[in-house]
Design a protein around this ligand. Structure first.
Ligand SMILES: C[S@@+](CC[C@H](N)C(=O)[O-])C[C@H]1O[C@@H](n2cnc3c(N)ncnc32)[C@H](O)[C@@H]1O
Length: 351
């Protein structure tokens, strides 16, 4: 599994518990702090990446190869198991660390050699929905061959959904909300729930990256923050800026979305968001839960339990999806939406 460097223990523990709940036992074999990846061993398939909060990617390990200084290609090809016979694609990857980045010049040179060799052996070019071959380099001396099931793994190299910073966005946080929409909502849901004419409230809006992201999609926004908005967001006719407390504010009439990026205890934000939906102030919520330095798992579990308890007590059908996004640091992003009918979603964390 790949994860944000510094979250290896969270990632490994979560995967371990996830497997246990499904009746499988895994052993945490490698979870070195700040390495950006973890390895678990046991009789279990790779978990569905979308059901996990801290995993950016989840793959089934095929082989671990020691690489010589010269001719790294031959031992890799020799280690490739006979099955699956053909891969849809091959991705060369490394940890999302400075050491990992230093490998990118090497992988760029090596990738065409490996692709050509796999094509020669007729092992590349399978159906696009077939298994992907991942060659992960923990360092230059080692390569791990792994299998990515396209239904259960992240569809982005290194599990990172890369987005370009829009030049006129007031803060880099704009990317976080864009990533959250892409992570949690299908293209169809985005068309349905994010379009011209809808209304949103942005709690803790300044300097305005999230508001900017909502405006881009045609929504009118009430931006709540004592701080100033910046750039075009500050002047935009569709933005109403209210300098008031985001925990007390409620709109006069229901809005479609509430988004919240206030730095507060996770349980306080979680309860606030659940109450917005229960009170019918909004139908969809997207928010950050800032994790404490210690006991991150416990704080997160407790905040999510609060949401579930509240929603169930009010007999509201909902979808709850949680992920540590690439643009999240010491935090995770949550989507909570009211549902007309019960529906299982790949990204949902249902416990
Ligand atoms: C991380 S920043 C938000 C960044 C914003 N999402 C963006 O994209 O630019 C957190 C903001 O929450 C605001 N904030 C914190 N507590 C608040 C409260 N009780 N009511 C309103 N705003 C609050 C702060 O003033 C700060 O501007």
């Amino acid at each position: 599994m790949y994860c944000r460097p510094g979250f290896e223990r969270d990632c490994a523990q979560e995967a371990y518990l996830h497997a246990l709940r499904q009746g499988a036992e895994l052993r945490i074999a490698e979870a070195v702090e700040n390495s950006g990846y973890v390895r678990l061993e046991g009789r279990a398939r790779a978990p569905d990446w979308s059901a996990l909060v801290f995993a950016r990617q989840a793959l089934s390990l095929l082989a671990m190869v020691e690489l010589p200084e010269r001719d790294r290609l031959t031992p890799l090809l020799d280690a490739l198991p006979a099955q699956p016979a053909v891969f849809a694609d091959v991705w060369l990857e490394m940890p999302d660390t400075n050491d990992g980045k230093a490998l990118s010049a090497f992988t760029r040179r090596f990738a065409p050699l490996l692709q050509d060799a796999l094509i020669d052996q007729r092992r590349l070019g399978g159906r696009p929905d077939g298994p992907r071959l991942h060659v992960f380099f923990p360092d230059k001396q080692r390569a791990w061959l792994a299998l990515g099931d396209p239904r259960l793994s992240a569809p982005w190299p290194m599990g990172i959904l890369r987005l370009r910073m829009p030049p006129d966005a007031p803060s880099r946080s704009a990317l976080k909300l864009a990533e959250a929409f892409d992570m949690f909502l299908s293209a169809e849901d985005q068309q349905r729930y994010l379009h011209d004419g809808l209304r949103a409230v942005d709690l803790g809006a300044a300097p305005g990256g999230w508001t900017w992201q909502l405006l881009r999609r045609g929504l009118r926004v009430i931006a709540v923050d004592n701080g100033p908005l910046k750039g075009m967001v500050a002047e935009h006719p569709w933005v109403t800026h209210l300098r008031t407390d985001g925990f007390r504010f409620r709109p006069d009439r229901p809005v479609d979305w509430v988004v919240c990026d206030m730095v507060e205890k996770p349980s306080r934000v979680a309860t606030l968001m659940a109450n917005w939906l229960i009170g019918d102030h909004a139908r969809h919520a997207m928010f950050n839960l800032k994790l404490p330095m210690k006991k991150r798992q416990e704080a997160l579990e407790s905040a999510l339990n609060d949401i579930e308890t509240l929603m169930q007590a009010h007999d509201i059908r909902y979808r709850l999806s949680v992920k540590q996004l690439y643009h999240d640091r010491e935090e995770v992003t949550v989507y909570l939406g009211r549902e007309a009918r019960p529906r299982r979603n790949g990204n949902s964390k249902r416990r």
